[in-house]
Structures are given as structure tokens and as C-alpha cells.
Design a protein around this ligand. Sequence first.
Ligand SMILES: Cc1ncc(COP(=O)(O)O)c(C=O)c1O
Length: 442
Amino acid sequence: MSNRLKVTPNDLSAFWMGFTPNRQFKKAPRMVVSAKDMHYTSSDGRQILDGSAGLWCVNAGHCRPKIVEAIQTQAANLDFAPTFQFGHPLAFELANRLVDIAPVGLEHVMYTNSGSESVDTALKTAIAYHRAKGNGSRFRLIGRERGYHGVNFGGVSVGGIVGNRKMFGTLLTGVDHLSHTHNLAKNAFTKGEPEHGAELADELERIVALHDASTIAAVIVEPVAGSTGVLVPPKGYLKRLREICTKHDILLIFDEVITGYGRLGTPFAADYFGVTPDIMVTAKGLTNGVIPMGAVFVTKEIHDAFMNGPEHVIEFFHGYTYSGNPIASAAALGTLDTYKEEGLLTRASELAPYWEEAVHSLKGEPNVIDIRNIGLIGAIELAPIAGEPGKRGFNCIVRGFEHGAMLRITGDIIALSPPLIITKGQIDELVDHVRDTIRAVA
Ligand SMILES: Cc1ncc(COP(=O)(O)O)c(C=O)c1O
């Protein structure tokens, strides 16, 4: 008899879960079985308030009718079609709709299936662009400490989280890193963008002086770093980075995997900060997290640099089997319709003042050493338990779930990013959950 037949349906051991302490989880699983709007239902029938839009992706809330219907209809009509050498209309319609809401200048879109793939697509595009322009010596990539750009080799190489890097050998060569901008001594408890730290962008000049601009292809940053605990850029930092990139013909890549699709109260963080990158990386909120899909936006100049040579020859040797998958495209269109009808790409700007006050009301709670916010994002940094970094944060996950909230934690930092449909009453409820949790783990 095959081993498969002997597996009990609820055996948890076979699934090796990502970014999870597997042994702990499987002893005391935190399971959800359904979801609607702002809430999950747990396997023991409790309502769990979603404090993190899943993994920063369910921007329109859960099981939204337009998205569900789009997927169901598409699955019954055209389930799969290649987008290598063939096409289907939805992928083109979606690209046009995306370019319509993108910052001016970003005119072309490539599809992927995740944030990690979007990042690697962007990095490859940057290097290939310079080569296509006759600048093949521009191969270096510059990331930033505490940056998160997914888990593929390119993204891990430019990323700056030691735990994600140290197990995986040499990674990509020719990569350098800017310093991160987190400065508790100067910026703790800032509301919105911190005052101190714009000068850290000038480190790019130091890196240029070290390697020479003629060897550097691109700089990649998250406009607001999420996965290392919400690092809001200092006032003027991104503008400065843009200026230095432009001065040296270095491409600027914004990783908007978490900031894209309304998180800051503008369609993209590029709009919020008034800084347009050359390449913009997105995923997550593109389909409301429902079907895996990413989109990488590039300027006309980058796109056009590839459009030469004989017309029967492929211009860029890159793409994924599922790039522009019909069902994913339908989910994305249903998502964009929902965002538009409910004004969700700008709703966070209306809620932001209320949100800011609510999140900062946690100042003075036990072990709270910083609170940060921007758009509909908040972070509460807790002092670690001596000798056990991350333990207090982990306790927050467990306690929060037991008491009815899904909280996202990095280390000892609680990162809040609820669905953009949240009401003011639910903001209060979420902050009360966080307050109870912080007290309980003190
Ligand atoms: C900024 C950023 N880039 C890339 C990724 C990777 O996305 P994915 O997990 O879809 O590969 C994430 C995921 O959290 C992210 O926050």
C-alpha cells in the first residue's frame, strides 16, 4: 500500500512550513478555516481580527465578492494560456489598467508569481538594460541593511537580514549595502517620517567612490521597510537617493511589495513620497493576496532599450510559465475594480490621522521602546527579554491569537497593517488587542 494512503488527514508533520518554528506550531497549532472582510474564523470557531492583512496582502479584506466571482468565472472559461509567443486579452487589459494607476513614466509591466520573483525580475532587468545600452560593466547591485526583498538568491543578496542570508553561502557577488536608517536614539516615537537620517542616502556616493559608477547597475530599497519592523524613511532620504542615482546613471528600484496598492493612502509609495523609481516591484495587494501574482513596472526607456534586432528574435530571455496566468489576471482585475469602487487606494490617507493617534496611544505600556507609523502601517517595538531576543515578540503572536487578533511580528516588533477596509471602531479594537497583549507578555 502506498504511504499516501496511510497518512491521516490532519497529520501536521508533512508540511514543512516557511518562516515558522515548526515544532512549536505543530504542538499548538494556530489554525484558521474561513475568513470574511476583517476577520478570520479559527478552527475552534472564534472570530480573529486581521491585524496584518494576512501577510500585508489582503488590502480589500477577505473573500470579497468581485474577486471571488472573477476567479470562478475565469476558471470555467480559460484556465491556462501561455504568454510566451501567445497571449490572452486579460493579461493585456490588466497591464493597461496597472499602467493607468502607476506613477507617470512607468509604462510597461512584466508579470511574476510573487514578490521574490518580482525582485529578481527587476534586478535582472536592470543589469540587462545596461548591457543592452552598451554598458555591460554595470553589474553591481546595491541593497540596504535590514532590507527584505524576498527569498530568492537575488533578493537575499541585496537584502539585509542576517538570518535570511547566513545559511546560503556566497549569494550573488558584486553586491554592496547602504546602512539602514533605523535610529532609536534620535527618532524614537516619531509620528510619520523621522527628522533625522536623510544624510544616510549620501552613503551611495561613498559606494560609488569605492566601486566607480560605471560598475553599478541599480540600487534597490523598500520605500518603507516592512519585514524588519517598519522603518519609515527619514524626511528627504528617498529624494536624495533619487538624485544621486540620476547623477550617476544608476537605476533606482523601489520594492513596493508591501507599500503598493494603497497602503500609504496613495496607489504607491512613489506617489506618497513624490519620488519615481526606474523600476517598481509589486505583488501581494495586486490580487488582494488571493492568487499568487506580481507585477514589475519599468520606464519606457528601459523597455525600449530591448526593442531592437530582428523582429522574430526574443528581446529579453526572461519570464515564468505562469506570467499573466488568466485566473491570476482575472483576480487582479477584480481586485482593481474593488479598490476603485470602494476608494481603497486612497482610503488610508483618510484614516491615517486617526490611526496615528490610536497606535501612539500605546506609548507608556510596558517594554514599549518605540512606536512608528505611516499610512495604515504601525509598529510597536518592545524591549527584548534579556538573553532571549524574539521571545517577547513570539509570545505576542501566541497571546494575540488566543485573544482574537492576528498580529505580525518581526523579532520583538509588532507590525500592524490591517486591511484598508478597517473602520475606526475596528482600529480601536485592534489597538486594544495590542495593549492587552503587550501587558500580558510583560
Ligand atoms: C518588500 C518585500 N519584498 C519582497 C517580498 C517577497 O514577497 P513573496 O513572499 O511574495 O515572495 C516581501 C514579502 O513580504 C516584501 O515585504
